[in-house]
Design a protein around this ligand. Structure first.
Ligand code: SF4
Length: 241
């Protein structure tokens, strides 16, 4: 197996609790790689997006060095590979190295597809709606390879997740769910940046309630799951928790 390519590792930490989507409440390590082809207005991971911050915050590591850092952590059955957008990288060697020991969950906004995601045990695709300022980068066809993965004879569990800050985001989510009704669908309540944990929690719970009540009136969203970013409810925007 080739071991030659290094990747910009912004964070490796865990075990922690995955706070959103299909893995919500599950114990997982996090491997955050730098680099993203988007610049969402509300991105909460700019340290893994902005090239200057990535340069300042990351260690360029070989797959075997990443494996060693993960082995040094207390045990967790899952590793969540996040970013940035990890799918901009060819991670096949890394994924094959980690897979015998850990279950792998990958998170991407879905702008690109690479075959290595097939080797993961869970794929979360999170297209960015109008409030992100990146709608011009979205085409429904980008999601097709992921939907195909979910349909194949040996299907990979794929789910879609849309962050909702406003009514336009919700309409965007509905459109995707209409197009791919067979893919498990999650709505995630958009979280504003607020340094005060008490007001942040109040804000999240109020917005969660508003979104849940809206969705309950939309019969086409009867089988979607509506969640807040529960890790932010617990710990605020502290990184590496
Ligand atoms: S796609 Fe994700 S990581 Fe990239 S800028 Fe948007 S929110 Fe941030």
């Amino acid at each position: 197996m080739g071991d030659g390519q290094k990747f910009p590792v912004v964070e490796i930490f865990g075990p922690t609790m995955q706070g959103e989507g299909a893995m919500c409440g599950k114990r997982s390590h996090f491997l955050r790689l730098g680099g993203c082809d988007f610049r969402c207005t509300w991105c909460d991971s700019m340290h893994a997006v902005d090239p200057n911050l990535v340069k300042a915050n990351s260690d360029w590591l070989l797959p075997r060095e990443i494996e060693s850092r993960l082995e040094a952590l207390p045990p967790s059955p899952w590793i969540t590979i996040s970013g940035g957008n990890p799918v901009i990288w060819d991670l096949i060697d890394l994924v094959l190295l980690l897979n015998p020991v850990w279950k792998l969950a990958v998170e991407t906004q879905g702008s690109q597809y690479r075959d290595w995601v097939k080797e993961c045990q869970l794929v979360t695709v999170s297209p960015k709606g109008p409030s992100s300022g990146m709608l011009h980068m979205f085409h429904m066809s980008q999601l097709e390879p992921y939907a195909k993965l979910a349909r194949e004879w040996n299907p990979v569990p794929v789910n879609f997740k849309v962050v909702v800050f406003n009514g336009d985001d919700l309409e965007f989510a509905r459109e995707i769910h209409r197009e791919f009704p067979q893919i498990p669908f999650f709505l995630s309540v958009g979280t504003h940046q607020d340094p005060e944990l008490a007001s942040l929690r109040w804000d999240i719970c109020s917005n969660w309630r508003v979104l849940v009540e809206k969705v309950l009136r939309m019969n086409d969203l009867a089988d979607v799951t509506v969640l807040p970013q529960t890790h932010v409810l617990l710990w605020g925007h502290d990184r590496a928790r």
